[in-house]
Design a protein. Structure first.
Length: 180
């Protein structure tokens, strides 16, 4: 690997620094889905929908200034008073959240919805969970193989709106993103 344009990280300590040390031009971005899940872990079940709506105003803002205003609004809301750990977790990750807000909608959608590793782990977990227990290690390995094989067939589909995303990436990373 010679270059990484955008790295989406899940909050693992030291990971952004390691990426920046090896690939200094990489834009490090916190995974919005992980940040939302972390936030939801603080909210009671009955308030999760309201918290999600309030936080959506932050990550779907048109630019960093609008996101900052939405986060400030959340901090001043009664939801933030009930769940005081949520807003500070967003503030701590803010430098890795705001790059996302500079991307055009096509690129945001790709970053927000694409997490191949988690999707793969989810497929394997689902296959293993439905079977319960296995008579041998070989039986478990065969099931995992079948799950991976089925998943590889699904991954042959192209990325949604890839041509629009590719054009946007070429504009954003001119000399680092060859179109050919």
């Amino acid at each position: 690997m010679q270059d990484i344009l955008i790295a989406v990280v899940d909050g693992l300590k030291g990971f952004p620094q390691a990426i920046e040390a090896a690939f200094s031009q990489t834009q490090v971005q916190t995974c919005i889905v992980h940040l939302l899940r972390h936030s939801m872990s603080f909210a009671s079940y009955k308030d999760r929908k309201a918290v999600a709506v309030a936080l959506k105003a932050v990550y779907s803002a048109i630019d960093p200034a609008a996101a900052e205003a939405a986060l400030t609004d959340f901090e001043e809301s009664d939801l933030a008073a009930r769940y005081p750990a949520i807003a500070p977790s967003w503030r701590r990750a803010w430098t890795e959240v705001i790059p996302f807000l500079d991307y055009p909608p096509e690129v945001r959608r790709l970053i927000y919805t694409t997490n191949a590793v988690e999707a793969l782990n989810s497929k394997i977990r689902r296959a293993v969970r439905t079977r319960g227990h296995f008579p041998s290690d070989e039986a478990a390995a065969k099931l995992i193989y079948l799950a991976l094989n089925a998943t590889s067939q699904e991954w042959k589909r192209s990325v949604r709106e890839w041509h629009a995303v590719k054009s946007q990436l070429a504009i954003m990373f001119e000399d680092r993103f060859p179109m050919a």
